[in-house]
Design a protein. Structure first.
Length: 213
């Protein structure tokens, strides 16, 4: 059964990679997170500045800790103890870093990236600014259509992120987005990157196992 599941995930991953390539992204498929991480640290120079978009995938893979241990300058705004001014400064530095790392809320099978942000710094950096953007996404984030991408955000990404960030929003209790109007709302900016913008260098790595949410 596991072999069958792995084969189906690989087929889905490779199909999605082909669609991303068609949409002018630089796309790769990795069997597992360890393979992706090995390549990630192979291609990031030790003197590169690295911005970190808010991402449970990167937290789960301990990317920040590993980058800092090897000596990279890392702009990570979600470390505990930062003041609002420090957070804002780090978010601005992410827009002009050498490499920006993040995940995505959903990837459609026809090769589009769909994301919903609270502040918009993550999606802004994905679209334009950093010299290179690398998006790491588990196979669990691949969906069929834009509508399914939005549904995934409403019932998976939004509730989990609200819970992780201790936001007192209704979706923490309901388990799905109710389009709340609270000032603590996280779902403020939604973007769809249909194709790679010509001035941006966006790499999308699909990992053939569940990573993040």
């Amino acid at each position: 059964m596991n072999e069958q599941i792995n084969s189906m995930q690989q087929d889905l991953g490779l199909k999605t990679i082909a669609a991303l390539d068609k949409n002018r992204f630089s796309a790769c498929y990795y069997q597992n997170a360890q393979q992706a991480l090995a390549e990630l640290f192979n291609i990031i120079p030790l003197d590169a500045s690295v911005g970190i978009g808010g991402s449970w995938t990167l937290i789960e893979l301990e990317v920040v800790e590993k980058l800092e241990a090897r000596g990279n300058t890392v702009y990570c705004h979600h470390k505990p103890g930062l003041s609002p001014e420090e957070i804002l400064d780090l978010r601005r530095k992410q827009l002009t870093c050498d490499i920006f790392l993040t995940s995505t809320n959903a990837i459609t099978e026809d090769g589009r990236l769909v994301n919903t942000d609270a502040t918009g710094n993550r999606v802004a950096a994905m679209i334009f600014g950093p010299k290179k953007v690398i998006v790491l996404a588990g196979i669990n984030k691949v969906v069929g259509t834009l509508e399914e991408a939005q549904q995934r955000i409403r019932v998976t990404a939004a509730p989990f992120n609200n819970k992780r960030l201790n936001r007192p929003n209704p979706c923490v209790k309901t388990g799905y987005c109710v389009d709340c109007q609270r000032p603590t709302r996280l779902c403020n900016v939604t973007t769809v990157i249909h194709k790679r913008p010509p001035a941006s260098d966006i790499h999308v790595w699909v990992i053939g196992e569940e990573v993040g949410y």
